[in-house]
Design a protein around this ligand. Structure first.
Ligand SMILES: [Mg+2]
Length: 172
């Protein structure tokens, strides 16, 4: 069950204490897109997201790593002025893993931030980087994500029963 447990857990990307990440030695942030940075109903990055990333870009190297196909991801990445990798197939994400491993950063300097235990947290824990889970921004999801979410709910119930993770109980 450990592979599902994030190192940090916050309500959304705006609540994360980025100064603490810097203190932990994190220099490279890998962000999920859908329901982490933007709603599925949004076609462009919000003004809030633009403001946040404008600040973060000064402190961190940033990459958007999304399971979505190119076009949607490209628009967001362009709006925010950051690099992206689409069609990642997290949690497997072999190409993403190669990009990360060849980035010149150490694993201890990287964190992945996303709303999916099954995709973002499992991927990050597998390759050994810091994992940060957020709650999903909206209810609407792609059908594949919806089925994963149902499985995630069952896992979260087990984690809660074992007192390992409780949704809504945020921690850093
Ligand atoms: Mg997501």
């Amino acid at each position: 069950m450990e592979k599902y447990i994030p190192d940090l857990y916050q309500k959304n990307i705006y609540e994360i204490n980025y100064k603490n990440l810097t203190s932990r030695g994190i220099k490279f942030l890998i962000f999920d897109l859908d329901n982490t940075i933007g709603l599925l109903t949004e076609r462009h990055a919000s003004e809030d997201a633009k403001k946040l990333f404008e600040k973060l870009k000064k402190k961190f190297k940033i990459l958007i790593a999304s399971n979505s196909i190119g076009a949607r991801v490209k628009v967001f990445a362009h709006d925010l002025g950051i690099d992206y990798k689409s069609n990642c197939r997290k949690p497997k994400a072999k190409e993403l893993e190669q990009i990360i491993l060849n980035s010149g950063y150490k694993l201890s300097e990287m964190a992945i931030i996303g709303d999916s235990m099954m995709d973002d947290v499992v991927f990050g824990n597998r390759i050994g980087i810091t994992t940060i889970l957020t709650d999903q921004l909206g209810k609407k999801e792609f059908i594949t994500a919806y089925f994963k979410r149902q499985k995630e709910k069952k896992i979260q119930k087990k984690l809660r029963d074992k007192n390992l993770f409780t949704k809504g109980r945020y921690y850093e």
